[in-house]
Design a protein around this ligand. Structure first.
Ligand SMILES: O=P(O)(O)OC[C@H]1O[C@H](OP(=O)(O)OP(=O)(O)O)[C@H](O)[C@@H]1O
Ligand SMILES: [Mg+2]
Length: 185
């Protein structure tokens, strides 16, 4: 899917495919340095983090394993419901493992503050967060991601894993939707 497939639903491209890939390469370089001599268990948060996970993992030289959790707090709207549900737990025992949570976005911070607390109870050797995007509201939470791709404005974004009502996840860039898209709902 690209911008042409969106007709006038796309207001603006916020981050191009190239900008995203370049930034992920920089993040991977830092992560490789930080984890030298260790193996990493990458924990992707379904479904939004699928693209970040796939691209970031391929840029890493450090040995990694990948596991996935599915939690959902947004339903189909544009506001966090405030309730985090585990839809799928990890298949891996993370005790004594170096865990790196991989996320597409920290918005209210609700999903990750809940997930971080949950994973910390499981006895991992270390726990860090890598997120491609972070919004200003995240500053109000206790979330301190070690790796952040881009700080973005407080607007609803789609693409590169991020959806609006399950659409637009397969855009290679991150964009803003035109207001008429929300107004239809
Ligand atoms: O910081 P927060 O306000 O909690 O928002 C961030 C989370 O919300 C989105 O996931 P969502 O729950 O919509 O599910 P999805 O990944 O399947 O789209 C996004 O992928 C993050 O996981
Ligand atoms: Mg998500």
């Amino acid at each position: 899917m690209d911008a042409n497939d969106m007709g006038n639903d796309l207001k603006k491209v916020l981050l191009t495919e190239q900008q995203i890939q370049d930034r992920l390469a920089q993040m991977a370089e830092v992560i490789d340095k930080d984890y030298a001599g260790h193996e990493i268990l990458l924990v992707g948060v379904l479904r939004g983090a699928v693209m970040v996970m796939a691209d970031l993992a391929r840029k890493l030289h450090t040995p990694v394993q990948m596991d996935w959790m599915a939690v959902s707090s947004y339903g189909s709207g544009t506001k966090s419901s405030g309730v985090v549900r585990i839809l799928k737990d990890l298949d891996t025992d993370i005790k004594d493992r170096h865990v790196l949570i991989v996320e597409d976005i920290i918005d209210s911070g609700l999903t990750l503050s809940w997930l971080e607390a949950n994973l910390r109870t499981r006895g991992c050797a270390s726990l860090n967060i890598a997120t491609l995007l972070r919004k200003p509201d995240a500053a109000k939470t206790n979330i301190t991601p070690r790796y952040v791709g881009f700080d973005i404005p407080n607007e609803f974004v789609v693409g590169y894993g991020l959806d609006y009502a399950e659409k637009y996840r397969n855009l290679p860039f991150v964009g803003l939707l035109a207001p008429h898209v929300y107004e239809k709902h």
